[in-house]
Design a protein around this ligand. Sequence first.
Ligand code: E4P
Length: 219
Amino acid sequence: MKIFIDTANLDEIGEITSWGIIDGVTTNPTLLSREVERIGKNPEDILKEICNMVKGPVSAEVTSTDTSGIIDDGKKLRELAENICIKVPICKEGLLAIRKLRDEDIMTNTTLVFSANQALLAAKAGTNLVSPFIGRMDDVGNEGMEIVGQLVTIFDNYCMDTEVVVASVRHPMHIIEAAIIGADICTVPYNVILKMLNHPLTDVGIERFLKDWGKIKPK
Ligand code: E4P
């Protein structure tokens, strides 16, 4: 399973990409606005910097709501870098735009997906990635991960090349569940990536080994 980092924070991306474990980045208008406020650069420059930091796709979201506006936004974003992937919210206007962008070889990530039917339509329109928002579904009392299983099965049944991005990840169990189900990609916030690494028994173990080594270490 590929791991993307779900942030627009340049420091977080720099730190985690240096570990060599990151296959791509997802941003959205909320994440970008946080970074603009934090460092005072404009969104386009932030996106360009992110695209230089990673080889894989960097999702950047359109903000228009009509088809021609979505297409224009997508084309403008695509000019920022080769590895930009255009995030399009699922809706009728978005579907039409996804098809047009696909025809021009512009990669899309269909976002704000909350049902398998929405994802199926996006896949039929030619989207490269679909992003079901697992945590937000959990938040309203639905079993978010169910849709991931449905999508993996549906795309496999019909050999569809759309990849499933598990999004709105809140904790490390989401990533384990996504990997067991066979999701293609999981996009994970910085704080959750750090939690993936931690285990109290590892800390205790390191401390004990160092203490014992201290007793016998040649002087
Ligand atoms: C990913 O593409 C989404 O932008 C992100 O995962 C949304 O997560 P949130 O529900 O924590 O805002």
